[in-house]
Write a protein that binds this ligand. Sequence first.
Ligand SMILES: Cc1cc2nc3c(=O)[nH]c(=O)nc-3n(C[C@H](O)[C@H](O)[C@H](O)COP(=O)(O)OP(=O)(O)OC[C@H]3O[C@@H](n4cnc5c(N)ncnc54)[C@H](O)[C@@H]3O)c2cc1C
Ligand code: SF4
Length: 348
Amino acid sequence: MSVLVVGAGPAGLAAAHALARVGEPVTLVDKSDRLGGAPILSGYAKLIPSGEWARDAIGGMVQRVEGNPLVTIERSATVDAFEGEPGKFTAQLSNGRTLACKAAILCTGFTHFDPVNKPEWGFGTFPDVVTTTQVEQMISSGKGVRCPSDGRKPQRVAILLCAGSRDRQIGREWCSKVCCTVSANLAMEIREELPECHVYIYYMDIRTYGLNEDLYYWKSQEEFKVKYIKSRIAEVTSDGQRLVVKGEDTLVKRPITIPFDLVVLAIGMDPNVDNRAIASVFGVGLHKHGYIARASAYTGMAGTTRPGVFVAGAATGPETIDDSIAQAEAAAIAALGVARESAAQAAA
Ligand SMILES: Cc1cc2nc3c(=O)[nH]c(=O)nc-3n(C[C@H](O)[C@H](O)[C@H](O)COP(=O)(O)OP(=O)(O)OC[C@H]3O[C@@H](n4cnc5c(N)ncnc54)[C@H](O)[C@@H]3O)c2cc1C
Ligand code: SF4
């Protein structure tokens, strides 16, 4: 009997490794045929705050788990049914397998905000309005940052923060936590690759929280000459030649209209679109915004509302990779407690 870990992003990979390291067998199930979660599936470039390439950092976590004889990996699979009690659960997988497991950890992550839900910002209408993940892919593929419409090097780039976060009008009331720092990092990467290019960041507030303030917010301005505009964006349109970002400069309270070659939307972290199905299969509660609910803020933060089923990472709300890993290791200890308790009971 193993511990079931659902989702093989940074959180699931960390949970599986932590359990295997102390001799506990694990079954790791992912709906994708590739392991690594969002950083691999979406082709992130250099990660904040380590500066390591995602393919190396998260790729290393994948290799560590793939090579472990205590970890059984089920790719392209989901959990269709889950029954029983702590120490004695049965899971039915979509690939026809039935699995006995002592505990489960949900590491099913998030879904990137789809900016077609914010049509006034031009995504889907203008090919040169792109997302931060698309720019990450341009950089990680080695092709460099280009305008998709004609492949030219942009001379002026605008990055619009909070695309699909902190926006009550479209039902996204949360802050996605990483996008300010990720955007400041991308702005510096663009300036490094294209030193002639002017990069502007449009923001409501800057949340390069904790130790990221000087490394990203100040460094991007002082060393890389990235310009920050505190603003409310009304719309992204086109004058026939260039994109035009219209809004209000909220510091001087004046309308602003500035042309750009490339507009980048810093997309947020929505709840996983599968969360309703996951909640129903595993019998766990959801947070009011649709993330998987924790049992308690302090005394059982790895727990869900169902005993024996734990949760970690961006499944619980917007999280960074390092916090997702820390939560996954905590969830692994909690699951191990259940596994060891049931083994002791069986032996008694
Ligand atoms: C544009 C952008 C850039 C970012 N850059 C950084 C960065 O540089 N540094 C940083 O710390 N954070 C960054 N983040 C945040 C980072 O993506 C998350 O912290 C991280 O991916 C969370 O890991 P996770 O394992 O919890 O979830 P995920 O990475 O979302 O992995 C979840 C896994 O679960 C699988 N899954 C989903 N549903 C199911 C299901 N029903 N059944 C089975 N499997 C399922 C998925 O296929 C996936 O493999 C960024 C986020 C965005 C939006
Ligand atoms: S981290 Fe920054 S860009 Fe992302 S939602 Fe929060 S304030 Fe907006």
